[in-house]
Design a protein around this ligand. Sequence first.
Ligand SMILES: [Zn+2]
Length: 131
Amino acid sequence: MKKCVQCGSPKMNGSMEKYRVLIGRDKHVTRVPAVRCDDCGESYLNGEDVQAAELEIAAKLVSKPNMSGPEHRYCRHVTGWQLDQTARAYGTDRENLRAIETDERRVPKRYRVHVAKLVKQALRKVKTTLP
Ligand SMILES: [Zn+2]
């Protein structure tokens, strides 16, 4: 990026920016490489770096002994799994999976194990703009 899209300034520099995600009631913060405009402060993130940051958060979630419904939904979502597809893989239906992901029902252990595998697989494939 040569010029700031926001203000047209050529003073663009690499930086690390905070990246925040709200999962259920919990705020998660990590940092992502970005290009920042020295004049207006606007920062620009790369899609691959955002995906890497989201997977980093997901990796923390799947390493916990328990998982909330919204955390399961987040991990499923960042690994690209749709609700219907995941419900089929679990041998259940979308209504049940939705109830689980909205904390109406507990997340079964085998669901946590499955989504942890998805996150680990996705982490192996992740690319970033970091050297
Ligand atoms: Zn600017």
